[in-house]
Every structure is written in structure tokens, then in C-alpha cells.
Design a protein around this ligand. Structure first.
Ligand SMILES: C[S@@+](CC[C@H](N)C(=O)[O-])C[C@H]1O[C@@H](n2cnc3c(N)ncnc32)[C@H](O)[C@@H]1O
Length: 277
């Protein structure tokens, strides 16, 4: 019997899993070895212990461009231009490198600047030109700087805006305290729910990136609702973990889409962008 026919015969017998075992073992071993190699390299070359940074794979960057294009109704060529604009922003990159090197937390931060899915945040702000963004959860201020950089470019083109960034940690946001980025940033210290309730200007774009528990994320979206300008966009950084924004979109009659990022050369499986509009 020729090998093809033999394989077909075996496939329909109880021997099939045994026969396929070596091939399956090789596949999973190759995959796990790659993850182990990447993890070992990261352990000795990175200093980060949370809120990891990395570049996206080429394909993931391409998918991100299409995600922003569809959700923001902007030609994909224009969106790709926005991604390149942020990647080529040498002044911002230099500032982040220098502020990181000078910060008290430099021992827990990497020198290289990598924006990951924040490239998408940038392109969304460039496409939508919001007058007022609210970001909950600031950490070092990397995302805040990215949002501020987009707002500064919008202002150059006649569409000024500001970002209100909320964090419970008074030490958060050190990257966003230097001009010109700080010129468009209002850092607010306190629990995000109380800070949202105190907002006195309509919000065009809201980004949840603080306490990622289901209860807190849900409370943020409920609290921001009466503060939103008409046609506002809602984003979550927690979309790979909870379904809170999708459920909120269904309750409030919005559309919802999620983008899942793929990090390049990193063990972390990646986060994503959840978007309701
Ligand atoms: C994932 S980090 C934010 C990352 C940041 N957006 C960025 O782009 O790198 C989460 C931040 O949320 C803050 N946080 C946690 N609970 C909070 C709360 N109840 N209210 C406000 N901020 C909170 C933490 O102090 C931390 O700085």
C-alpha cells in the first residue's frame, strides 16, 4: 500500500493519535522553544516589570491602520501617514529617552521608546481631532505624551485640543510634565471615578486605562456617560480581558470593534484597543 493510502487508513483507526503524536510534539516544542528564547532574552535585556512596551509586528501594524481607518472613517493611506508621523517624531522620542534616563524610576524602565498600540491612539486623535480627551491611568505618562503629540499636530492644523489625564498615584505622569507636551495636558491626581464626576467640560474621546477590574472599568464608563459630547468615542485598553465596553456599547446603542495587537520579539501576548462609537 502506498504511504498516502496507508496514512488515510490509519487516520480512521484508534491508532491515529499515536501515529500523529511525534509531529504534534515537534510543533508544540518549536512554539514553546520560541517563547522560552524570547522570555529569556527579555529577562536579561529589559527592566520593565509591568505596562510592557514593545513594537508591533508588521502585520499587526497593518491591521491597526485598517482598524483606525474603519472606526474613524478615514482613508487608510492617511492613517498610515499618522502612524509614520508618530514613529518619526524625533523630538518626542528624544524627550522620552531623556526624561526616562533622569527619572527616579529609570531602574524599572527601558531606554528604547516603543509605542505598541498607542500608535493607534495617536492615529485616532489625528483622525477625529477631539477638543477634549480624558485618559484614566497615566503611569509614566507614555500614552499621555502620545495623545499630547497628536493634539499638538492637530493644533498646528487649526484644531486645538487638551487631554485630561487622571491617576490615583501622585508620582504618575512624569514624562508628560515637559513642554511642549505639557502645554496641552492637565494631570489630575485622585480616584478616576471622583475625577470624572468633577469634569466640567464635554469629553470627545474617553480612554479607560486605570484599574482594570471589571467593576471599576464599568463604573468609569457609567460615570463618563453624562459628560460626553455628542458623537464622542469611547476606548478601552482592557479589551483582551473584559467585555465591559462591548456591553456598554450594546446598552447605549453604539457600535463596537476590538483590535488585538501582536508584539514583536516579546513574550507578552499583547493587549488591544476596544472602541465604541
Ligand atoms: C496601565 S497603567 C496606565 C498606562 C498608561 N495609560 C500608558 O499609556 O502607559 C495604570 C495606571 O492606573 C492607575 N490607577 C489604578 N487605579 C486607579 C484609580 N482608581 N483611579 C485612577 N488611576 C488609577 C495606576 O496608578 C497606574 O498608573
Amino acid at each position: 500500500m502506498d504511504p498516502v493510502n496507508l496514512r488515510r487508513r490509519i487516520a480512521s483507526t484508534p491508532l491515529a493519535p499515536v501515529a500523529a503524536f511525534p509531529k504534534r510534539l515537534l510543533r508544540v516544542a518549536r512554539h514553546d522553544a520560541r517563547v522560552l528564547r524570547t522570555s529569556a532574552r527579555w529577562l536579561f535585556t529589559s527592566r520593565e516589570h509591568h505596562n510592557y512596551t514593545y513594537d508591533l509586528t508588521r502585520l499587526s501594524r497593518e491591521h491597526l491602520a485598517w482598524f483606525v481607518s474603519v472606526t474613524c472613517d478615514t482613508p487608510v493611506k492617511q492613517v498610515k501617514g499618522y502612524l509614520s508621523e508618530l514613529e518619526g517624531d524625533d523630538a518626542l522620542r528624544r524627550h522620552i529617552e531623556e526624561a526616562t534616563a533622569a527619572s527616579a524610576r529609570r531602574g524599572l524602565a527601558d531606554k528604547r521608546v516603543r509605542f505598541a498600540r498607542r500608535l493607534g491612539w495617536y492615529a485616532i486623535v489625528r483622525s477625529r481631532r477631539p477638543a477634549h480627551i480624558v485618559e484614566t491611568g497615566v503611569d509614566k505618562g507614555l500614552g499621555t505624551c502620545v495623545l499630547a503629540a497628536a493634539l499638538l499636530r492637530n493644533a498646528d492644523e487649526g484644531a486645538p485640543g487638551r487631554v485630561t489625564s487622571l491617576d490615583i498615584n501622585p508620582e504618575a505622569g512624569y514624562l508628560a510634565k515637559v513642554a511642549p507636551w505639557s502645554d496641552v495636558v492637565d494631570l489630575v491626581v485622585g480616584d478616576s471615578i471622583a475625577s470624572i464626576e468633577a469634569l466640567d467640560r464635554p469629553v470627545d474621546l474617553f480612554l479607560h486605562d486605570s484599574d482594570h477590574s471589571v467593576a471599576h472599568e464599568r463604573r468609569e464608563f457609567e460615570a463618563i456617560e453624562p459628560k460626553l459630547a455628542s458623537g464622542a468615542m469611547l476606548l478601552t485598553d482592557n479589551v483582551m480581558v473584559t467585555n465591559v465596553l462591548a456591553e456598554h456599547a450594546a446598552r447605549t446603542g453604539r457600535k463596537f470593534l476590538a483590535y488585538r495587537e501582536t508584539p514583536r520579539d516579546h513574550w507578552f501576548p499583547g493587549d488591544g484597543i476596544g472602541l465604541a462609537w
